[in-house]
Design a protein around this ligand. Sequence first.
Ligand code: GLN
Length: 308
Amino acid sequence: SPIPDYLERVLENARPNDSGAPANYIETLANADTSKMAVALAMVDGQIYSAGDDKVEFSIQSISKAFVYAIAIEDSGLKRVLEKIGVEPSGDAFNKLSLERGSNRPMNPMINAGAITAHSLVAGPEATAKERTDRILEILSKLAGRQLQVDEEVYQAELRDADRNMGIGYMLKAAGVIHGDPREAVTGYIRQCSINVNVRDLAMMAATLCNAGIHPVTGESIIPQTSVRQVLSVMTTCGMYDAAGDWVSNIGIPAKSGVAGGIIGALPGQVGIATFSPKLDERGNSVRGVAICEQLSRDMGLHMMDVS
Ligand code: GLN
């Protein structure tokens, strides 16, 4: 197949752009090896291709928000999830302490307020913190096709630096959006963000979204079609922080980025994409990751608004 050589060339095209900086709010991310770079494509028929540092693991961070939203819908029902979390882009930083005016809900599940709420809706109202995080790790592992692990160093470091997320948790509790101990929802959310993945894992997870929730390799139905539609819609409008508009017009693929430098893209019926490079632009998206996705979209005609 010519695809692996093509992917190598795409990486080399992106490499000269050395701008941006890794996230610096915890040491583990600040000290990331910024020379690492990888890309993977997973087709809906189960074929997977990758290039670069495709075995290097990094924390999934905000990319987990898309999948945990799906699990929350599965466990609590779409109606209840929509009562608790909106679907409007916020245009604000992902970690802003904000609620939608009028409804008093988090604006959407891709900002922290919405993601912490989605986390609290996993495994039903009676679930313990451990049951929620175990369930999330189990589903994410199924999607990746292998057993994933939490990076305990990232988890502990994030916990030491959790004031802002704790603030969001207490705000949600006070507004009646989450119930129970807000610290449990926040620590669980932080644990979900600390799960380690590589680009091949992420590409498979994205390809499952492209394939109506059915895992392309195992054939297992992991996410119901109606939830997949909801997740991909919200990824399209809110997945790239406040760069969502630029992203959707230039690249045109439902996507989600994470602060460790990962990005997933999921084009329904076609291909799951994952990229990794730790340096972020001022909006928090991986500089080289965005460049790689841009080239893939252009070369392969992946923009969802184009007639193929
Ligand atoms: N865990 C971090 C936070 O919640 C990073 C989330 C992200 O990837 N933006 O602040």
